[in-house]
Design a protein. Structure first.
Lengths: 66, 309
């Protein structure tokens, strides 16, 4: 699964740390998700989407073959 | 996915305050036979559970109640409780990924611990067969099978804490997270199951009928077979099964150390070490039992409540 978290953060102009604080996780967790090494739970994905006021599938999408 | 069954984060410091003095005290009791003066009670009656009542009564009549010094019990309690606090207290910012990494570290820690054990069993057995004098100190304190029983009291927790810290702090910006690899279901599940069964039956029958002395060492292989069993994939392993698996391992560790702390105060001397031989298999046995029971329950529930059509 890939995500556009980094782009969305740039648009909203917030740092990893600020996003982490908004949804109550650690900064490293946001970084691990951004680098596609960890797939967040549905709850966490929904919380992230809520911060950016977008639908989950606009931020996270399946890669080809998944 | 809120992290469950964890202590508040301040317990980490409390844990170090308990574990470090515990290790120091333990080291002095083991190497210098240090005992806190006067820290004993005359309670050391022969144990009825392990020797049978008649034998225990006979010993009691001839020797009377013996004093038991509680220094080593105190040291072990400090170490175990301290390490449990360090291992299972929340991080300052605990989230789903950190608790997942904790579960993985736990799984790896237990595996590494028993790989060391397996290597030791192989080494000591070969040395025995070849009549090498390993007791003379080729591997120092590791030359004795018995030594592992001492280390096994705390080594799973120490290895786990080490791996957990490595995964969290190796990289300042991100966590190290990789899915765990298991042995394939075929043929390992069936093979490990059979070996566990055979080792258990042969070991127990030999214990009762005393066929051959050397056959007794087959029981030392039982933990290895049980671990192979615990580390094989289910036929269909998915995310959910993985969560159930991790929870089962956590429960196994909690129960194991709960029982260990209790046995620390119920059994003394040689009796305690006999219980510790059982301790070698408690983690995989509780894990397998809990994990399989949970899967059974989940299957049962999904059969009982079919989706509304």
């Amino acid at each position: 699964m890939k995500n556009s978290l980094r782009v969305e953060r740039a648009i909203k102009n917030i740092t990893q740390g600020e996003l982490a604080d908004l949804i109550g996780v650690s900064r490293q967790t946001i970084n691990t998700i951004e680098s596609n090494k960890y797939v967040p739970s549905t709850v966490l994905a929904l919380k992230i989407a809520r911060v950016f006021e977008k639908k989950v599938e606009e931020i996270f999408e399946l890669e080809e073959g998944e | 996915m809120e992290p469950q069954l964890l202590f508040p984060s301040k317990f980490r410091y409390l844990g170090s305050l308990l574990a470090i003095p515990g290790f120091i005290l333990g080291w002095f009791t083991q190497t210098k036979s240090y005992e806190i003066p006067g820290f004993s009670l005359n309670i050391h009656a022969p144990n009825v559970i392990l020797t049978g009542k008649a034998e225990a009564d006979k010993k009691l009549l001839s020797y009377g109640l013996q004093p038991e010094n509680f220094t080593n019990e105190l040291a072990l309690t400090l170490v175990i409780v301290g390490l449990l606090f360090i291992a299972f207290s929340r991080l300052k910012r605990e989230d789903e990924l950190t608790s997942r990494i904790r579960s993985h570290a736990l799984y790896w820690g237990i595996l590494v611990n028993y790989l060391i054990y397996a290597a030791l069993v192989v080494f000591i057995t070969t040395a025995d067969v070849l009549n090498l004098n390993v007791g003379g100190g080729l591997l120092g304190p590791f030359s004795y099978y018995f030594a592992f029983l001492v280390y096994n009291l705390f080594s799973p927790l120490v290895i786990f804490i080490g791996i957990f810290c490595f995964l969290l702090f190796r990289n300042k910006n991100e966590f190290v997270y990789k899915p765990i690899k298991y042995l394939p279901n075929k043929p390992y599940r069936i093979v490990s199951k059979w070996f566990s069964g055979i080792f258990f039956v042969v070991g127990v029958l030999n214990g009762i009928f005393e066929f051959r002395q050397w056959l007794q060492s087959i029981l030392f292989l039982l933990p290895v077979a049980l671990f192979a069993w615990a580390y094989t994939r289910e036929k269909s392993e998915d995310e959910f099964v993985d969560v159930v698996r991790m929870d089962a391992m956590k429960i196994a560790i909690y129960v194991n150390y709960g029982v260990l702390l209790m046995s620390n105060f119920l059994f003394y001397g040689n009796d305690f070490w006999m219980v510790q031989e059982l301790n070698l298999i408690t983690i995989p046995v509780i894990f397998i039992a809990w994990f399989q029971y949970k899967l059974y329950r989940i299957n049962k529930q999904s059969e009982a409540k079919p989706l509304a059509s």
